[in-house]
Design a protein around this ligand. Sequence first.
Ligand SMILES: NC(=O)c1ccc[n+]([C@@H]2O[C@H](COP(=O)([O-])OP(=O)(O)OC[C@H]3O[C@@H](n4cnc5c(N)ncnc54)[C@H](OP(=O)(O)O)[C@@H]3O)[C@@H](O)[C@H]2O)c1
Length: 244
Amino acid sequence: MSTRVSIVTGASRGIGFFIAKALAEDFGHHVIVTGRNVTRLEDLANQTQGTITVAPADITSEQDRQSIHSVVDTVCQHSDHHFFGIVHNAGLLIAKPFNELTEQDWNHQWQVNVLGPALLTKTLAGALTESKGDGKGKKHVVAISSMGGYQGSKKFPTLSAYSATKAAVASLAECWAEEMGPHGVHSNALCLGAVQTDMLGEAFPGLTVDMQPKQMGQWIANFYSEQYTLFNGKVLPVAGHDPG
Ligand SMILES: NC(=O)c1ccc[n+]([C@@H]2O[C@H](COP(=O)([O-])OP(=O)(O)OC[C@H]3O[C@@H](n4cnc5c(N)ncnc54)[C@H](OP(=O)(O)O)[C@@H]3O)[C@@H](O)[C@H]2O)c1
Protein backbone atom coordinates (compact mmCIF):
# COMPACT_ATOMS: atom_id res chain seq x y z
CA MET A 1 0.00 0.00 0.00
CA SER A 2 1.59 3.29 -1.08
CA THR A 3 1.30 6.64 0.66
CA ARG A 4 0.07 9.70 -1.22
CA VAL A 5 2.15 12.85 -0.70
CA SER A 6 0.27 16.14 -0.88
CA ILE A 7 1.03 19.83 -0.47
CA VAL A 8 -1.42 22.22 1.20
CA THR A 9 -0.48 25.89 0.90
CA GLY A 10 -1.68 28.38 3.49
CA ALA A 11 -2.12 25.69 6.15
CA SER A 12 -1.20 27.85 9.14
CA ARG A 13 -4.78 28.93 9.81
CA GLY A 14 -8.34 28.96 8.50
CA ILE A 15 -9.56 26.51 5.90
CA GLY A 16 -6.08 25.28 4.93
CA PHE A 17 -5.35 24.18 8.50
CA PHE A 18 -8.36 21.84 8.43
CA ILE A 19 -7.71 20.60 4.88
CA ALA A 20 -4.23 19.49 5.96
CA LYS A 21 -5.45 17.95 9.22
CA ALA A 22 -8.20 15.97 7.47
CA LEU A 23 -5.89 14.77 4.69
CA ALA A 24 -3.42 13.44 7.26
CA GLU A 25 -5.90 12.02 9.78
CA ASP A 26 -8.83 10.84 7.67
CA PHE A 27 -7.26 10.01 4.31
CA GLY A 28 -3.72 8.89 5.25
CA HIS A 29 -1.81 11.39 3.14
CA HIS A 30 1.71 12.49 4.06
CA VAL A 31 0.99 16.22 4.02
CA ILE A 32 3.57 18.92 3.33
CA VAL A 33 2.20 22.14 4.84
CA THR A 34 3.39 25.58 3.81
CA GLY A 35 2.91 29.16 4.90
CA ARG A 36 4.96 31.90 6.53
CA ASN A 37 3.88 31.35 10.15
CA VAL A 38 6.19 28.50 11.20
CA THR A 39 4.92 28.36 14.79
CA ARG A 40 1.36 27.71 13.66
CA LEU A 41 2.47 25.12 11.10
CA GLU A 42 4.42 23.29 13.82
CA ASP A 43 1.39 23.44 16.12
CA LEU A 44 -0.65 21.84 13.33
CA ALA A 45 1.93 19.08 12.90
CA ASN A 46 2.07 18.45 16.67
CA GLN A 47 -1.69 18.22 17.15
CA THR A 48 -2.38 16.00 14.13
CA GLN A 49 -2.64 12.20 14.29
CA GLY A 50 -0.88 11.53 11.02
CA THR A 51 2.18 12.58 9.13
CA ILE A 52 2.81 16.24 8.46
CA THR A 53 6.04 17.82 7.24
CA VAL A 54 6.43 21.57 7.73
CA ALA A 55 7.88 23.47 4.76
CA PRO A 56 7.93 27.18 5.64
CA ALA A 57 7.39 29.26 2.52
CA ASP A 58 6.20 32.57 1.23
CA ILE A 59 4.33 31.55 -1.91
CA THR A 60 5.51 34.70 -3.70
CA SER A 61 9.19 33.72 -3.37
CA GLU A 62 10.87 31.65 -6.11
CA GLN A 63 13.49 30.46 -3.60
CA ASP A 64 10.76 29.27 -1.22
CA ARG A 65 8.89 27.49 -4.03
CA GLN A 66 12.12 25.66 -4.89
CA SER A 67 12.51 24.67 -1.24
CA ILE A 68 9.00 23.13 -1.31
CA HIS A 69 10.16 21.11 -4.33
CA SER A 70 13.18 19.89 -2.33
CA VAL A 71 10.90 18.78 0.51
CA VAL A 72 8.71 16.85 -1.96
CA ASP A 73 11.83 15.13 -3.34
CA THR A 74 13.01 14.22 0.16
CA VAL A 75 9.64 12.84 1.28
CA CYS A 76 9.25 10.89 -1.97
CA GLN A 77 12.60 9.17 -1.45
CA HIS A 78 10.62 6.62 0.56
CA SER A 79 9.93 4.07 -2.17
CA ASP A 80 6.28 3.69 -1.13
CA HIS A 81 5.61 7.47 -1.16
CA HIS A 82 4.22 9.00 -4.35
CA PHE A 83 3.56 12.67 -5.06
CA PHE A 84 -0.21 13.00 -5.47
CA GLY A 85 -0.91 16.71 -5.72
CA ILE A 86 -1.38 20.22 -4.44
CA VAL A 87 -4.19 22.15 -2.78
CA HIS A 88 -3.52 25.79 -3.67
CA ASN A 89 -5.28 27.28 -0.67
CA ALA A 90 -3.06 30.24 0.35
CA GLY A 91 -4.87 33.47 -0.38
CA LEU A 92 -4.92 37.20 0.21
CA LEU A 93 -7.98 39.44 0.28
CA ILE A 94 -7.66 43.25 0.30
CA ALA A 95 -11.18 44.70 0.59
CA LYS A 96 -11.42 48.24 -0.83
CA PRO A 97 -13.78 50.08 -3.17
CA PHE A 98 -12.56 49.82 -6.76
CA ASN A 99 -11.57 53.52 -6.90
CA GLU A 100 -9.36 53.13 -3.82
CA LEU A 101 -7.44 50.02 -4.86
CA THR A 102 -3.78 50.88 -5.45
CA GLU A 103 -1.46 49.28 -7.97
CA GLN A 104 0.29 47.68 -5.00
CA ASP A 105 -3.03 46.17 -3.80
CA TRP A 106 -3.58 44.67 -7.27
CA ASN A 107 -0.01 43.39 -7.50
CA HIS A 108 0.05 41.84 -4.04
CA GLN A 109 -3.20 39.90 -4.55
CA TRP A 110 -2.08 38.84 -8.03
CA GLN A 111 1.22 37.57 -6.61
CA VAL A 112 -0.38 35.50 -3.83
CA ASN A 113 -3.58 34.34 -5.53
CA VAL A 114 -2.44 33.74 -9.12
CA LEU A 115 1.31 33.83 -9.71
CA GLY A 116 2.06 31.85 -6.54
CA PRO A 117 -0.12 28.88 -7.57
CA ALA A 118 0.94 29.18 -11.21
CA LEU A 119 4.66 29.14 -10.49
CA LEU A 120 4.47 26.51 -7.76
CA THR A 121 2.61 24.24 -10.19
CA LYS A 122 5.25 24.96 -12.83
CA THR A 123 8.03 24.16 -10.33
CA LEU A 124 6.41 20.82 -9.51
CA ALA A 125 4.99 19.94 -12.94
CA GLY A 126 7.75 17.46 -13.77
CA ALA A 127 7.48 15.73 -10.39
CA LEU A 128 3.70 15.57 -10.77
CA THR A 129 3.53 14.27 -14.31
CA GLU A 130 6.18 11.60 -13.66
CA SER A 131 4.70 10.44 -10.34
CA LYS A 132 2.68 7.27 -9.87
CA GLY A 133 0.31 9.40 -7.79
CA ASP A 134 -2.45 7.19 -6.44
CA GLY A 135 -0.67 4.08 -7.74
CA LYS A 136 -2.78 4.11 -10.90
CA GLY A 137 -1.00 7.18 -12.26
CA LYS A 138 -3.68 9.69 -11.24
CA LYS A 139 -2.82 12.97 -9.51
CA HIS A 140 -4.93 15.98 -8.46
CA VAL A 141 -4.35 19.73 -8.30
CA VAL A 142 -7.05 21.87 -6.69
CA ALA A 143 -7.16 25.66 -6.84
CA ILE A 144 -9.20 27.29 -4.09
CA SER A 145 -11.17 30.05 -5.77
CA SER A 146 -14.16 32.01 -4.54
CA MET A 147 -17.79 32.56 -5.52
CA GLY A 148 -16.62 36.10 -6.29
CA GLY A 149 -14.55 34.62 -9.12
CA TYR A 150 -17.32 32.37 -10.44
CA GLN A 151 -18.79 33.51 -13.71
CA GLY A 152 -22.32 34.84 -13.34
CA SER A 153 -22.34 34.91 -9.53
CA LYS A 154 -23.50 37.98 -7.64
CA LYS A 155 -20.44 40.15 -6.97
CA PHE A 156 -19.44 41.87 -3.72
CA PRO A 157 -18.60 45.59 -3.47
CA THR A 158 -14.91 46.08 -2.41
CA LEU A 159 -13.82 42.72 -3.86
CA SER A 160 -13.10 43.60 -7.49
CA ALA A 161 -9.34 42.90 -7.44
CA TYR A 162 -9.72 39.82 -5.24
CA SER A 163 -12.55 38.46 -7.41
CA ALA A 164 -10.54 39.04 -10.60
CA THR A 165 -7.62 37.04 -9.17
CA LYS A 166 -9.97 34.24 -8.11
CA ALA A 167 -11.47 34.10 -11.61
CA ALA A 168 -7.92 33.91 -12.97
CA VAL A 169 -6.86 31.02 -10.77
CA ALA A 170 -10.04 29.11 -11.69
CA SER A 171 -9.18 29.60 -15.35
CA LEU A 172 -5.66 28.32 -14.65
CA ALA A 173 -7.10 25.08 -13.30
CA GLU A 174 -9.03 24.61 -16.56
CA CYS A 175 -5.83 25.19 -18.53
CA TRP A 176 -3.75 22.81 -16.38
CA ALA A 177 -6.35 20.12 -17.06
CA GLU A 178 -5.66 20.45 -20.80
CA GLU A 179 -1.87 20.42 -20.52
CA MET A 180 -1.31 17.98 -17.66
CA GLY A 181 -4.44 15.84 -17.99
CA PRO A 182 -2.76 13.54 -20.52
CA HIS A 183 -0.14 12.82 -17.82
CA GLY A 184 -2.79 11.78 -15.30
CA VAL A 185 -2.96 15.12 -13.48
CA HIS A 186 -6.56 16.18 -12.91
CA SER A 187 -7.04 19.88 -12.09
CA ASN A 188 -10.11 21.56 -10.70
CA ALA A 189 -11.11 24.83 -9.06
CA LEU A 190 -13.47 25.14 -6.10
CA CYS A 191 -15.30 28.46 -5.78
CA LEU A 192 -16.09 28.74 -2.09
CA GLY A 193 -18.88 30.72 -0.51
CA ALA A 194 -18.29 32.61 2.73
CA VAL A 195 -16.54 30.74 5.56
CA GLN A 196 -16.07 32.09 9.10
CA THR A 197 -12.29 32.62 9.09
CA ASP A 198 -9.89 35.41 10.00
CA MET A 199 -9.87 36.46 6.32
CA LEU A 200 -13.64 36.98 6.35
CA GLY A 201 -13.57 38.72 9.74
CA GLU A 202 -10.78 41.08 8.70
CA ALA A 203 -12.53 41.99 5.43
CA PHE A 204 -16.04 42.29 6.88
CA PRO A 205 -15.87 42.97 10.64
CA GLY A 206 -19.04 41.89 12.39
CA LEU A 207 -20.23 39.58 9.59
CA THR A 208 -21.03 36.07 10.78
CA VAL A 209 -21.82 33.08 8.58
CA ASP A 210 -22.77 29.51 9.37
CA MET A 211 -20.00 27.73 7.47
CA GLN A 212 -17.00 26.97 9.71
CA PRO A 213 -13.47 26.32 8.43
CA LYS A 214 -13.37 22.79 9.84
CA GLN A 215 -16.48 21.72 7.91
CA MET A 216 -15.25 23.32 4.69
CA GLY A 217 -11.71 21.97 5.17
CA GLN A 218 -13.00 18.43 5.63
CA TRP A 219 -15.23 18.73 2.54
CA ILE A 220 -12.31 19.98 0.41
CA ALA A 221 -10.00 17.23 1.72
CA ASN A 222 -12.58 14.61 0.72
CA PHE A 223 -13.04 16.16 -2.74
CA TYR A 224 -9.28 16.41 -3.32
CA SER A 225 -8.45 12.95 -2.01
CA GLU A 226 -11.41 10.87 -3.15
CA GLN A 227 -13.41 12.58 -5.90
CA TYR A 228 -10.76 13.32 -8.50
CA THR A 229 -11.45 10.58 -11.03
CA LEU A 230 -14.78 12.09 -12.17
CA PHE A 231 -13.67 15.73 -12.29
CA ASN A 232 -11.05 17.35 -14.52
CA GLY A 233 -10.93 20.95 -15.72
CA LYS A 234 -14.02 21.84 -13.71
CA VAL A 235 -14.84 25.11 -11.93
CA LEU A 236 -17.27 24.16 -9.19
CA PRO A 237 -19.32 26.43 -6.91
CA VAL A 238 -19.16 25.22 -3.30
CA ALA A 239 -21.74 27.34 -1.55
CA GLY A 240 -25.16 26.81 -0.04
CA HIS A 241 -26.52 29.84 -1.86
CA ASP A 242 -25.42 32.71 -4.11
CA PRO A 243 -23.34 34.74 -3.24
CA GLY A 244 -22.44 32.23 -0.53
N1 LIG B 1 -13.08 32.58 4.16
C1 LIG B 1 -13.88 32.75 3.13
O1 LIG B 1 -15.03 33.22 3.26
C2 LIG B 1 -13.42 32.36 1.74
C3 LIG B 1 -14.38 32.39 0.70
C4 LIG B 1 -13.98 32.04 -0.58
C5 LIG B 1 -12.67 31.65 -0.81
N2 LIG B 1 -11.77 31.64 0.21
C6 LIG B 1 -10.40 31.23 -0.10
O2 LIG B 1 -10.03 30.15 0.73
C7 LIG B 1 -8.63 30.17 0.98
C8 LIG B 1 -8.38 30.13 2.47
O3 LIG B 1 -9.02 31.26 3.05
P1 LIG B 1 -9.14 31.50 4.63
O4 LIG B 1 -10.43 32.21 4.82
O5 LIG B 1 -8.83 30.27 5.38
O6 LIG B 1 -7.97 32.60 4.81
P2 LIG B 1 -6.99 32.95 6.03
O7 LIG B 1 -7.58 32.53 7.32
O8 LIG B 1 -6.61 34.38 5.84
O9 LIG B 1 -5.73 32.03 5.74
C9 LIG B 1 -4.94 32.31 4.61
C10 LIG B 1 -3.75 31.39 4.57
O10 LIG B 1 -2.96 31.79 3.44
C11 LIG B 1 -1.62 31.90 3.84
N3 LIG B 1 -0.92 32.92 3.08
C12 LIG B 1 -1.29 34.20 2.84
N4 LIG B 1 -0.32 34.85 2.17
C13 LIG B 1 0.68 33.95 1.97
C14 LIG B 1 1.96 34.01 1.35
N5 LIG B 1 2.44 35.14 0.80
N6 LIG B 1 2.71 32.90 1.31
C15 LIG B 1 2.26 31.75 1.88
N7 LIG B 1 1.08 31.63 2.49
C16 LIG B 1 0.30 32.73 2.54
C17 LIG B 1 -1.66 32.26 5.33
O11 LIG B 1 -0.50 31.74 5.96
P3 LIG B 1 0.72 32.63 6.57
O12 LIG B 1 0.13 33.88 7.12
O13 LIG B 1 1.33 31.71 7.58
O14 LIG B 1 1.64 32.85 5.41
C18 LIG B 1 -2.88 31.49 5.81
O15 LIG B 1 -2.54 30.20 6.25
C19 LIG B 1 -8.11 31.44 0.32
O16 LIG B 1 -7.58 31.15 -0.95
C20 LIG B 1 -9.36 32.30 0.17
O17 LIG B 1 -9.24 33.24 -0.87
C21 LIG B 1 -12.12 31.97 1.48
